[in-house]
Design a protein around this ligand. Sequence first.
Ligand code: ADP
Ligand code: MG
Length: 231
Amino acid sequence: MLSVERLSHSFRTGEEDTPVLHELSFRVEHGQMVALLGSSGSGKSTLLNLMAGLMKPTRGSILIAGQAIEKMNENRLAEFRRTHIGFIFQSYELIPHLTVRENVELPLVFQSVGSKERKERAMTLLQQVGIGDKSELFPSQLSGGQQQRVSIARSLITKPAIVFADEPTGNLDTKTEKEIIDLLIDLNQNSGITFVIVTHEHEVACRTQRILQLRDGFLIEDSGSQEGVAG
Ligand code: ADP
Ligand code: MG
């Protein structure tokens, strides 16, 4: 499903290149739920953004469903992202003047899906994430946890092969955090969606099938690898 091969990334700051990711290699199988764990500044968001095609890596390769996304031109990558990749943000990133249902439908508008089908698919997903009764409200009328449910539904509406989530519970209290992680686990187990979830919280990471741990841009632990990460 996802293959990261000798991936390195540097940011150019002034005259200097600052390396933030160092030769990372790992694979994620179809249907897996993986946590990317590390303290602040360890490179989690950079890695996630590279895997989701939001940035180009300095070196190395990222294959999703067998296709090297770093080699795609801008148009091809934009199309690939729309059809294969879902993304969930810490701050939800909902559009305030659209209703919950319209927010969820939005990715399908860009795919020219007709309004009847859009509505049906959005309502099905809103029910699945537990807020079917909130479809005609606006984001500001919902709690943080409910807004993140909207964002999760929106990330799934295009039937992506893989969904990336960057600290999806970072703005939520502990009880709501648990409910959102429960929902993601349920979607993974019952719908077979592959998830990569960034977190700095060990308790969140421990609930997934596999933990990849970053420290200072190095992969220091892979709980799903028999051989460890050396070499
Ligand atoms: P995390 O998500 O684990 O907190 P990040 O991937 O955001 O870590 O950041 C990793 C390192 O890269 C940090 O030292 C950060 O300051 C640096 N960094 C992140 N984005 C940029 C950028 N756009 N330009 C320069 N440096 C950046
Ligand atoms: Mg981050």
